[in-house]
Structure formats: C-alpha cells, structure tokens
Design a binder for this molecule. Structure first.
Ligand code: TXA
Ligand code: MG
Length: 529
C-alpha cells in the first residue's frame, strides 16, 4: 500500500485526511499527546484494520476521539455527574474518560467491555481532522504494538509506512505521553493510566479518586491495556534509583552501557548518553521520553541504565512508561540519602530535629563547609593560587581574608565555589560513608544550599520544607534578630519557589505548624523500601 504524506498546515490536506477516514481508511494523525492511528469509530470493519496494522491484541480497547462535548451523548448510556464535570472543566485536553457505552459503539472498539473511552484532544489539528471526517475517530497510538509510542511523524513513518493510507505530518507532540485515562463508571472514579492531567488536578475538580493498582501476573486488569508489554525499545533498560553520584560510578564502570539521563547530567558522565528532558522538569521529560527510547534503538544500544524521574504530577506518567519499557527492572539504593532543603525560615531545622528524634543521622552541611578537614592541602593550594599565598598561616585557612577577597565580585565568588565545592562534596561523601559503616541506612543532609552546592547529586530523595512569605519573614526576624528590612533582603535567597517544588520527592508545608503525620509517613516510606 502506498502511504500518502499530508501536511497539517494545509487545509486541503486535512480535508483529504477526512475523506480517507470517511471512506474507511486509516490515517496517522498528530495529537498533543502522541500520534494516533485513526479510523471511523462507528464502523467495526474499519476499526479491525487498526488492530491489524498495529499487530495489537483485539481485547485491548480503543479510545474514541470527538471534537465537541455534545458529540459524546449518542456514544454513551449516561453521563455521570463527575464525568460531566471533568469533561466540562478539562476538555479539550489530554484526558480520556471511560463511560458506559451505547449500542452505537461497535464491539471492535471496546474489546468486549460494556464501556467506552472517549476524549476531546487539545490539538487543534486533531480536532480539525475529526471535523473533516465528520465521524468519531478511534485512535490508539500509531506505533507497532509493544514498541515506544510515536511523538514525531518520523516515528509513525518508521512503523506504519506502507501499512496505512496516509500520515498527517504535524509538529512533534507537545505533551509526549498518552492521555490520562479515568473511569467514571463506578462509585468512585479510578485513574487507569496516569498522564499529564495529574491526580491532584483531577481531585480539585471532582474530589477523591482511586488509582488502579499495578498489576500482578494473571490478574484481570481494570484497563486491558495495562497487561501488555509496552513502550519497549530493543535495549534492556534498568531504572536506577541511586544518587547521581552512584549512577555515575555504575555507568562509568560498564563500557557496554548507555546512560539514559537528563540534559544537565550528560556532560558529567564519561559514558555514552541519550537524554530525556531536563532535571527536575517532569513536563520536559514527558515530552522527550519516547523520542529518547526511539533514539536508543537508532544507536543500537543494548544495555541501558536510566536515571529515574520523580513520581509526582506528570512525572508519575513518565515513570509509568519508563518502568514498563524497563520490564519493571530497577536498582534500589542500599542506603537512602535524603537532601533536606528549602528557603530560609521554611522550617528545615525543625524537620531535621524530627528526623533525629526518629534515630536518623543528620549531617549539618553548613558545618561541613566550615570544617577544617574539608580544606585539604590540595584545596588550600588551589585557594592560595587564586586568592593569595597569605591566606594560609601555619596550615590554617584565614577565613576572614578569604571572604574579603572572594566575595568582592561575582566572578571571584564563582572562582571560590568552583574550587571549594568539589572538596565539600568529597567531605560529605566521606562523612556519609562513615555513617554507612556504622550501620545507618537513612542519612539526611540538612543543606540550605543543597542545589547550589551540587549536593543533590549525593541524594536518592529530596525533602523540601515550605512556608508562606509572611510566616518565613516573621520567623527569621525572631530567629536571627533582624529588622524587617534586613529580613526581607534574605527572604528570597536561593532558588525560585517552583524550583524547590519540582525537585522535591516530598514537600512539607510548615505554615500551620509541623505536619507530623506527613513526616512520619515519609520516614515510614523511606524505611520500608
Ligand atoms: O493520548 C492518547 O490517549 C493517545 C492519542 C492517540 O489520543 N491514544 C492512546 O491510545 O494512547 P491507546 O490505544 O494506545 O491506549 C488506550 C488506553 C489503553 O490502555 C486501553 O486499555 C484503555 O485506554 N482503554 C480504552 N478503552 C477502555 C475502556 N473501555 N475501559 C478501560 N480502559 C480502556
Ligand atoms: Mg499505545
């Protein structure tokens, strides 16, 4: 079969796509999540062709795509209140809602279930194509079943050229992971597949929802799609839950492997790398993941170690896809290193004390930066070289003189940091190792400048304390005996608020005192795994 290439920017081409679909053909179409393989959803014979082209088991049901909320009425038996609320609040969006189906839905769509999954895509091109076709469109991801989903038209071309009638060439997909799937059929809505519309966002609209449990072998899946091998490149992937430091040792000790890591990490690794998005930026990771999995195939990677995304918000969806691509292979750390950070006055020390009360070792990183042991002979020599021989008297660093010289200009400060930070990290690693020798399995780094010092590279988890500006201001005025003016100057030192939120595995809000239940929960979770 010849596969026609159509252009998403050309309205004639979109009309052509619509015609092909109306006449029973298959068309690869861009959406904001991944490229879909579309067919007329109301015609069972057309739908069957999708399963053939993808090599997909026919009991894995398909999502029906429409362009207006009113279009769903003929397709469903009823619209529960919570389903309507979700639809009205989110659509068009990367959100699929499962309803009880009407007789209009052919059995080929629903794989024998009495429900149907529907979504209105956010992508304008996708909605235009639906309108041109003038029928609801069934559209799974346009990949060969079991392979990574396509997020650019070249991926579709590679899997589907010669097997389908046409491909509409559009931009790369903005979201990059498939839609969130939620069923509103039962009493409490259940998220069947995580996507970029997060649980938190959904719960703000309809209250508590459940999350479908990870399948164990031989269990009946709530969503049939959950039981199949998924998103697999040819390479054998293992997700590392280790700190970046340990990850680096792992990948550098195995010359056959490729590291699947974040952009900021690639230059720090002496290994082959493929990147998927930015560190602490789940949306960019979602957008880049499938392309990265395709890339691994392209470069012929056979053994891959991947840095783990943070399982939060859209990161949950990224992890969900990556863990399937890895066939659930992970490397867990023997010792958990927790970076505890947050803005000044956010309650870090109080939380650190609670960790201590629970028998957990806490390293005060501010102290380490001042310890004599941190400034080794080599470190002192480098400092003398940069800031003057007279800095060291009888082997002791004259900190006041150093400060007077190193904080003069931003450039000087940068030089100081470049020299000193690696020694601070080395010293911390040394202290950590001593604590591990003594049998500690959870160690907290109490570090206001965790990220600035790159000490996050030592960590397996990050806990952030947070409080509103008024409260922090009040606290630091009292704590450090400052005037309001002085306090205000210090208040915003550090990274922007949203950076801390994105970097955190756990956030502890201390506005109305300490959330002790939450801290206990965190401690128990850390002890468990
Ligand atoms: O973002 C997306 O949803 C993309 C684009 C093309 O729209 N489509 C997509 O389709 O990911 P597909 O077929 O690859 O995944 C559909 C998922 C599967 O996990 C399937 O089991 C589930 O939705 N699903 C479909 N109908 C269902 C139903 N009636 N009940 C429960 N789960 C259903
Ligand atoms: Mg799929």
């Amino acid at each position: 079969m010849h596969t026609l290439l159509l252009d998403a920017c050309d309205d004639h081409d979109l009309k052509k796509a619509g015609e092909i679909l109306q006449n029973g053909g298959l068309v690869g179409i861009p959406t904001e999540t991944v490229y879909g393989l579309a067919a007329n959803a109301l015609n069972g014979e057309c739908v069957k062709k999708i399963y053939t082209a993808k090599g997909r088991p026919s009991d894995n049901p398909l999502i029906v795509h429409v362009s207006k909320i009113s279009d769903i009425e003929p397709l469903v038996k009823n619209i529960p209140e919570k389903g309507r609320k979700l639809a009205e609040y989110f659509w068009p969006a990367p959100l699929t809602i499962v309803f009880e189906k009407s007789d209009k839905i052919p059995p080929e769509i629903s794989g024998g279930l009495d429900t149907v999954a529907i979504r209105i895509p956010e992508s304008e091109t996708a909605r235009k194509i639906i309108d041109c076709a003038n029928v609801p469109l069934a559209a799974p991801s346009a990949n060969i079943s079991g392979k990574p989903s396509p997020t650019s038209y070249t991926h579709v071309l590679a899997d589907m050229n010669g097997k389908i009638d046409a491909i509409v060439k559009g931009e790369d997909c903005d979201v990059g992971v498939e839609s969130t799937v939620i069923s509103v059929v039962g009493e409490t809505p259940v998220i069947l597949r995580p996507g970029s519309v997060s649980r938190e966002a959904i719960e703000k609209v309809i209250g508590k929802v459940k999350i479908a449990r990870q399948l164990k072998k031989h269990e009946a899946p709530a969503s049939p799609g959950m039981k199949y091998k998924h998103y697999s490149p040819k390479a054998e992937i293992t997700i590392s839950k280790l700190s970046f430091r340990e990850f680096k040792k792992l990948v550098e000790s195995d010359s056959d492997c490729t590291a699947l890591c974040f952009e900021e990490q690639a230059d720090k690794l002496n290994a082959k790398t493929v990147t998927y998005g930015k560190l602490y930026d789940s949306s960019s990771q979602a957008k880049a993941l499938f392309s990265a999995l395709h890339k691994l195939d392209e470069i012929g990677a056979t053994k891959v170690y991947a840095t783990s995304p943070i399982e939060k918000g859209v990161g949950t969806a990224v992890y969900n896809r990556l863990i399937r691509a890895s066939h659930f292979r992970t490397i867990e750390p023997k010792v958990k290193i927790i970076g505890l950070s947050g803005k000044t006055g956010s309650g870090k020390s109080t939380v650190a004390d609670i960790f201590k009360e629970n028998g957990i070792a806490v390293i005060d990183c501010d102290k380490v930066t001042k310890q004599k042991e941190t400034y080794t002979e080599k470190c002192l020599a480098l400092l003398q070289n940069a800031f003057g021989e007279d800095l060291v008297i009888d082997g002791n660093l004259d900190r006041a003189t150093l400060a007077s010289r190193a904080f003069k200009t931003a450039e000087d400060t940068a030089t100081l940091n470049k020299i000193v930070l690696p020694f601070i990290i080395e010293r911390m690693e040394h202290i950590i190792n001593e604590l591990i020798q003594k049998g500690n399995t959870i160690i907290v780094l109490d570090a206001p400048t965790l990220f600035e010092a790159n000490a996050d590279e030592l960590c397996t988890h990050i806990v952030i304390t947070k409080a509103s500006e008024d409260i922090r201001l009040d606290r630091i005025i009292k704590r450090d005996n400052l005037s309001e003016e002085q306090a205000k100057l210090r208040l915003n030192a550090g990274k922007p608020d949203d950076f801390y939120e994105r970097a955190a595995n756990y956030v502890i809000n201390t506005d109305s005192g300490i959330e002790i239940d939450k801290i206990n929960h965190i401690i128990n979770t850390l002890k468990e795994k």
